[in-house]
Design a protein around this ligand. Structure first.
Ligand code: AMO
Length: 434
């Protein structure tokens, strides 16, 4: 609409047209108030029945809540109005009517369960606190992109229909590709590595990853958004530096740009940007600390992956973000390089938030012969990956990188209880639409 004014921009003295949803109608007899809501907030429209045209009163007050109206009128200062101004209408147009019965109440007075909210995301996202999550998500992703650009990285987009998995064969979604077997991509891992030997050298991608995880938990999705980074001529320690810079930049951008959104989520007073210099703990030290807490029935032994319980115990101890480094080679994927001089230790690392894992990464095996050996050790057929391994024969520099789950990052930034809150239309075991 050409001459539309946002609700919160309506200034006393102006004549404006505001368009939005009917949030509430309060009919007090001689006078009635209609609260109109748009993406910026709300404005009160006053109908003094004796002074207002009957047809206007009829149109404005006989609509159901959540119908879409456009209201033209003069704006006046009014201390008693929720935003300090109100409109006196001269024209009211009903642009779209809403049914009298709604599947959920966008005013939030009646709370809805998460499945109902996800089934009706359009209505759910009319609530300011839900809208705030996705405004913040956009700010977070913008900060991530800007920071990567400042760090000389090129944004790439890689295929999502692929011939091979990379993160373990059990979590693949098969698809039929013109009669051939194909899969939904679990990670851009091999593609981003292939760009290291190209002229780009330093790349990032923000894109979907697909994991056919059986478990239905508050922190797993079957389609997630991965923020991936890969750079030539850096090692695992330098990759961790970049990881920390990206995570802190996301928090800083939210703190700097999302005052209203944080307030809508009740976080204005408590929101904190984490200090840089996240501790870096070796896997060996981590399992010792976990065992020392006595939180686990069976103590961890070398080579065990960390259970949710173990992650929690260590998270409570450390209290903030931290890296776990030097994982046993046997539990890291084939593309992760071993520590020089000790084949049992890898250069793989994870970035942990006290509540969950945010990132996996490491230095990569860039030597062709060792790469092929790694495939064989993990029971994979190097021939299947020839399109990838071949490029390691034509000048592949040393490199490192990582993958960060965007929904997990948002979830931890905002303290959301369920990862499904951090994605508009989540994909999980039960949910394939909307
Ligand atoms: P990994 O499999 O650990 O590593 O994934 C990296 C990060 O992606 C997020 N993530 C998920 N988020 C929600 N639901 C899921 N099912 C899910 N799976 C993963 C997590 C996780 O830490 N190729 C490597 C990365 C690399 O080495 O560069 C990889 O994919 O936040």
């Amino acid at each position: 609409m050409e001459s539309r004014t946002y609700a919160t921009a309506a200034t006393p003295g102006d004549t404006v047209t505001v368009a939005g949803w009917v949030h509430e109608i309060r009919d007090l007899g001689g006078i009635a108030f209609l609260i109109l809501r748009d993406t910026t907030g709300k404005i009160q429209v006053k109908f003094e029945k004796n002074d207002t045209d009957d047809e206007l009163v009829e149109t404005g007050l006989n609509v159901h809540r959540e119908s879409v109206l456009s209201v033209t009128g003069s704006v006046e200062a009014e201390e008693r109005a929720p935003t300090g101004v109100e409109m006196v209408p001269t024209e009211v147009d009903v642009l779209a009517e809403a049914d009298p019965e709604l599947p959920l109440d966008p005013s939030g007075k009646v709370e809805a369960e998460l499945p109902t909210r996800l089934d009706n995301r359009t209505l759910d996202l009319r609530k300011s606190e839900v809208q705030a999550i996705f405004e913040i998500r956009a700010v977070m992703l913008q900060a991530v992109r800007d920071t990567f650009r400042d760090l000389d990285c090129t944004e790439i987009n890689t295929p999502k229909i692929v011939a091979t998995g990379t993160e373990g064969g059990t979590e693949l979604f098969p698809v039929t590709y013109f009669g051939r077997e194909a899969f939904m991509n679990q990670s851009p891992q091999l593609f981003k590595q292939l760009m290291i030997g190209s002229g780009l050298e330093r790349v990032f991608e923000v894109g979907p990853i697909f994991r056919a995880e059986e478990h239905n938990t508050p922190r797993h999705l079957n389609e997630a958004t991965s923020i991936d980074f890969e750079s030539a001529f850096i090692d695992d320690a330098e990759a961790m530096d970049v990881c920390e810079a990206i995570v802190v930049a996301a928090y800083e951008a939210v703190a700097a740009n999302c005052e209203d959104e944080l307030a809508a989520l009740g976080l204005a007073e408590t929101f904190e940007v984490p200090d840089t210099g996240f501790p870096r703990l070796s896997y060996g030290a981590a399992i010792e600390r976990i065992n020392a807490t006595g939180a686990l029935d069976t103590p961890l032994a070398w080579g065990d992956d960390l259970s949710t319980e173990a992650e929690r115990a260590l998270g409570d101890e450390v209290g903030g973000h931290y890296f776990i480094t030097d994982w046993p080679s046997e539990i890291k994927p084939f593309y992760i390089k071993d520590r020089d001089g000790d084949e049992t230790l890898s250069t793989g690392f994870d970035l942990m938030h006290p509540r969950l894992e945010l990132v996996s990464g490491g230095q990569r095996e860039h030597r062709h012969e060792q790469l092929i050996e790694g495939f064989e050790q993990q029971g994979l057929e190097p021939e299947t990956f020839e399109y990838y391994t071949k490029m390691f024969r034509y000048g592949m520099p040393p490199h490192a990188g990582w993958g960060l789950g965007a929904e997990r990052l948002l979830m931890t930034i905002l303290g959301l209880e369920n990862i499904r809150e951090a994605v508009i239309f989540p994909r999980d075991r039960q949910r394939l639409s909307p």
